[in-house]
Each structure stands twice: as C-alpha cells, then as structure tokens.
Design a protein around this ligand. Structure first.
Ligand code: UD1
Length: 361
C-alpha cells in the first residue's frame, strides 16, 4: 500500500524525518512516496535539512516555488492533483500548518483519498495568521489526527471529531531533536564572533505581521538591542525578513546577522543561548525540551503547553514589553520548565504502528 508523505516548507522537514525512519526501520508493508511541493527551495531552507537529517531525496518535486498564498495553494493543488490522477496513493499524510499541508490535504480528500494530519488540533484562535487558516482547513478535511497534546485532542473533540479518529502520539519534531542532540555543532562563525555559552541571545523573526513592514521590524530590533544589555544577538535572517531588513539603516551594533542556519548549527545556538527571542511556534517546543528560556513575540500561541509546562512566555507584539521580560530573565526569574507528555522521541514509531492498523482495517 502506497502512502504519500508531503513536505513543502522548512518546519515540515524535521517532522517527517522520524516518520520515514520508522517506516524504513519497521520493514513496514506500507510503502511511501515522498512528495516535496517545492514551497521552500533554497538549500538553506530545504536541501540542508534533507542532508543533515538523512531524509531521502523526494520521489516527486512539484516545484511550485514562491508566490502569494493563493498562487501557492492553487499551484500545489493542480500539480498534486495531476500526480494523484496519474499515480494514486492510498493515503495522504500531511504535517504541520504550512500552505503545502492544507493544499495537499484538500486535493487528496477531493479525490477520495483519506488524509492523516500529523500535529492536528492545534489552535491559536488568531485568524490573522495564515497558519491558523491552514490548521482549520486541514483538520476539516482530515480523516485521522496524530496529536501532540491533550489540548489538541480537546480542540478536535470540540469541533466534532470522534475519539476513534484521534491518536495522541507526541511530537515528531522532538523525535528529531532528541535523535540529533548529540550531533549538534557550532556554526563556523562561533569563534569569529567570540560567542560564549550562556552569554548571547538567538533571535528569529519571520511572521508577516512582524517583518513585512520596515517600521515594525526596526522598532522590534531596537527593543531587542536595548533589552539584551549589549550581549551579542545572533539573528539568522529568514528570506522574507531579509527583504525588509535591506531597507533598514543603522541596525543595532550587537545584532549578528547571519543566513538561515542548518538544523545542527541552529539548535546548537539555541541550546547554548542565554535565551531565545522568536515569533516562531516550533522553536518554542525545542526550547522547552532543551530548557532554554524563550520569549515569544506574539499575542497567542497554538502550543500553550510550551507556556504552561515549558520555558516559553508570550511577550506580545508590543516592543515595549520586551525589556521588562528580559530584565526578569537577567534577574534569574524564569520558569525552569518540564517536558510535555509523550515528547519522548518515539512518536514516529507510534504513528507508523497506527497507520499500519488503520490501513489494514
Ligand atoms: C512558511 C510558512 C510558515 C513557516 C515558515 C518557515 C506558510 C503559510 N508559512 O513561511 O508557517 O513558519 O515557512 O520558514 O506556509 N523564500 C526564499 N527561499 C525559499 C523559500 C522562500 O527566498 O526557499 C522567500 C520567497 O521570497 C518567499 C518568501 O521567502 O516569497 C516567503 O516564503 P513562503 O513559503 O511564502 O512563506 P514563509 O514566510 O517562508
């Protein structure tokens, strides 16, 4: 039986790696076809992750590239539909909440191919974020849900999904982290920039609301510089953010702008940082597991357990809120955090075991 495993953008790659590994290791009777939509295509955003995480080359690359949300969605749907019409599969497995996730889920379901959503049930309640729309739509057309938390299960139940379709399996992104934590390595610029463990921050920004306008981005960067008390702030600049960054003059002196980092180098930087300042969702899970303080520049999160159990705090999008939060961090007043249930490195195996059972039925 052939299942499609869909990956399109950077945060998908660490989520599929353990599922593919489990499919290979179990000698599963399920065969897979790895479909890369091409939403992310630069080596820094895609190829590096395949190489470092040992993900096999995609069987199919739809090569859709960049565009508006509607253009990307339309292009992925027409290309994936053509593939399915020519060579159908028995299941479409999608992960996360990017445009590729939603587009492939809709396409498969319309062709009566069942859909399984890994990381189903997450909700931030913030419809201004494209990912929230992707989550709602993907979950609305998915048959089965592999979830990371009891809260996600509850969200699905509230939207009418029966328990027989929900599988609380844990977190595949954390499988990847735990499998690679011993391989993390310092980036080339570590010595040159005189970085020392516990004496620098990591900053990531790529949400359209934070980075698509130069004024908002400049105010946030100034607030980061002011609150970080002169410590170096390593800032791997996402391509979306770079477009706005080039319009800015006089960037704060303690910011170290670098290219998007490969997986092993990025998580090295996170593991040894004094704290991480970010508007990402996935990174808040990784900082929780590594016990690194995380300040999230958003007003809501779809991953509340990173706040209630982990090391994450929602600082919000008002730059003025950042300094008081950093002051508390410097004073040692930060939650030490714990690890959410089933974030134990074995989620990929649980997913494959369930898939074998579901597809045998
Ligand atoms: C996408 C995801 C977001 C995820 C992020 C991680 C959606 C709606 N958003 O956002 O959830 O957190 O990826 O990176 O799917 N670009 C390149 N090279 C690439 C890919 C993109 O230069 O390999 C540039 C293009 O100019 C593109 C822009 O980055 O227009 C944004 O890329 P896009 O895939 O539209 O969204 P992200 O902001 O990356």
């Amino acid at each position: 039986m052939l299942i499609d495993v869909i990956a399109g953008a950077r945060p998908n790659f660490m989520k599929i790696a353990p599922i593919l590994r489990a499919l290979d290791a179990r000698g599963s009777r399920l065969r897979y076809r790895l479909v890369h939509t091409g939403q992310h295509y630069d080596a820094r955003m895609s190829g590096d992750f395949f190489e470092q995480l040992g993900i096999p080359a995609p069987h199919v690359n739809l090569e859709v590239g960049s565009g508006t949300a509607a253009e990307q969605t339309a292009c992925i749907m027409t290309s994936y539909e053509a593939l399915l019409l020519k060579n159908p599969s028995s299941l479409c497995l999608v992960v996360g909440d990017v445009t590729s996730t939603m587009a492939c889920a809709i396409t498969a379901q319309k062709l009566h191919i069942p859909v399984a959503h890994v990381e189903g049930g997450l909700r931030s309640g913030d419809w201004s974020m494209p990912e929230e729309i992707n989550r709602l739509v993907t979950d609305a057309v998915s048959n089965w849900f592999f979830t990371t938390s009891e809260l996600a299960n509850q969200n699905l139940r509230l939207s009418g999904v029966g328990d027989e379709r929900i599988f609380f399996v844990g977190n595949t992104m954390i499988d990847t982290l735990l499998a690679n934590v011993g391989r993390l390595r310092a980036p080339r610029f570590w010595d040159e920039a005189c970085l020392r463990e516990g004496s620098y921050f990591v900053l990531t920004l790529h949400r359209p609301a934070n980075v698509d306008g130069s004024g908002a981005l400049a105010r946030m960067l100034d607030a980061v510089a002011e609150g970080s008390r002169g410590l170096p702030v390593v800032f791997p600049v996402h391509p979306r953010t770079k477009k706005t960054c080039v319009e800015l003059s006089n960037l704060p002196k303690n910011l170290i702008l670098v290219d998007p980092q490969p997986y092993l180098e990025f998580n090295w930087l996170v593991k040894h940082a004094k704290g991480v300042i970010t508007d990402s969702g996935g990174i808040t899970e990784e900082t929780t597991v590594m016990g690194v303080p995380c300040l999230t520049l958003r007003d809501s999160t779809e991953r509340p357990e990173t706040v209630t159990i982990g090391t994450n705090e929602l600082v919000g999008t008002d730059p003025a809120k950042l300094k008081p939060a950093l002051d508390r961090l410097f004073a040692g007043d930060w939650n030490k955090g714990g690890i959410p249930e089933k974030w134990d490195g074995h989620t990929g195996e649980r997913i494959v075991a369930e898939l074998e059972r579901l597809l045998a039925a």
